[in-house]
Design a protein around this ligand. Structure first.
Ligand code: GDP
Length: 305
């Protein structure tokens, strides 16, 4: 069993690569829920959805979120009332949120709701939220503290980050199946996801971090930073905001208490020695995933590392 820790878009690309090599039952994905947000009375789980849509082969890869070929009639109609919709929700995507919300309201846990959605989408790998408990990632800028999605989507991630808060992390317990998956894993893979608001979020659930520290199996991460920049998204602002260097080395510092091997881009070969001084083995690979071949090649490198 390979256990992957995943955020959104960066993770989804590697998950697709892994899914082409492994049998579906050989892959369990533990997903960040810090981005989850209530919108229009619905529970939206952006990272769980992108992981499931990607493994189901229905993700809109151009946009990096939502379902291929989706329409936005509902959102347009809503805009007629509010004139202020900032979070894009496609019509088919809305069906997922409606279904999930109804399950949660009828007493299901997020883990159970996710299992039902995955099953309906014919995703056979196990997709687990990191926690079933209330959890919210908040970002502080000069303007105040807001939900991560508001920072990212509404404000366009323009403002400098002064701090990040994982609201609920003090009480959050790993979701059912998460610790067992880590304990029984043959290998743990940390996807190239935002190191602060996707992976550190998962690591902020104390018992998950402890389980990773104790797991005596290869633990391999892929750097989301290539040549000193994120491929996409605000990882640079977030790393800087928390006082970390915007580099593979900066990310390695965040993972050094549990990580065995760090796969960094060939463009970052000069960082190898510095990272190895942290006690982490380093392997070099082409880590930019532009197409399916790239995703499979990187997935192979991660499984061989
Ligand atoms: P988000 O929740 O949609 O922002 O997605 P993630 O947290 O999964 O990933 C965002 C991170 O993935 C960013 O820091 C990107 O630099 C990184 N990323 C995206 N695509 C790639 C890629 O092809 N290769 C690598 N190495 N990193 C990537």
């Amino acid at each position: 069993m390979i256990v992957a820790l995943a955020g959104g878009v960066g993770a989804a690309k590697l998950l697709v690569g892994l899914s082409k090599i492994l049998k579906p039952e050989e892959l369990t994905v533990i997903v960040n829920t810090g981005d989850d947000i209530q919108l229009h009375g619905l529970h939206v789980s952006p990272d769980l959805d992108i992981a499931m849509y990607s493994l189901a082969g229905i993700a809109d890869e151009t946009k990096g979120w939502g379902i291929q070929g989706d329409t936005f009639h509902c959102l347009e109609a809503l805009n007629r009332f509010t004139g202020s919709e900032w979070f894009n929700l496609g019509d088919k995507d809305l069906a997922t949120h409606i279904f999930r919300t109804n399950l949660l309201r009828s007493g299901a846990t997020l883990t159970e709701a996710t299992q039902e959605i995955a099953c309906a989408l014919s995703v056979k790998s196990k997709i687990l939220p990191m926690t079933d408990d209330k959890f919210e990632t908040r970002v502080t800028t000069k303007q105040g503290t807001i939900h991560f999605e508001e920072y990212m989507v509404k404000k366009g991630a323009k403002d400098e980050v002064l701090g990040v808060e994982f609201y609920g992390s003090d009480k959050a317990q790993p979701a059912e199946g998460v610790l067992e998956a880590i304990e029984n894993a043959e290998r743990v893979v940390v996807c190239p996801s935002n190191p602060v608001v996707s992976i550190s979020t998962i690591l902020s659930v104390k018992r998950i971090r402890q389980a990773l520290q104790h797991a005596k199996v290869p633990k391999v991460a892929v750097s989301p930073i290539i040549a000193g920049s994120p491929v996409k998204g605000p990882a640079d602002k977030l790393l800087r905001g928390l006082g970390y260097e915007v580099s593979a080395f900066g990310v390695a510092e965040l993972y050094m208490d549990f990580l065995g091997t760090f796969v960094i881009d060939v463009a970052d070969a000069s960082e190898k020695k510095r990272i190895e001084k942290l006690g982490i083995k380093v392997e070099l690979a082409e880590t930019m995933m532009r197409n399916l071949d790239d995703k499979i090649r990187l997935a192979k490198a991660v499984l061989d590392a």
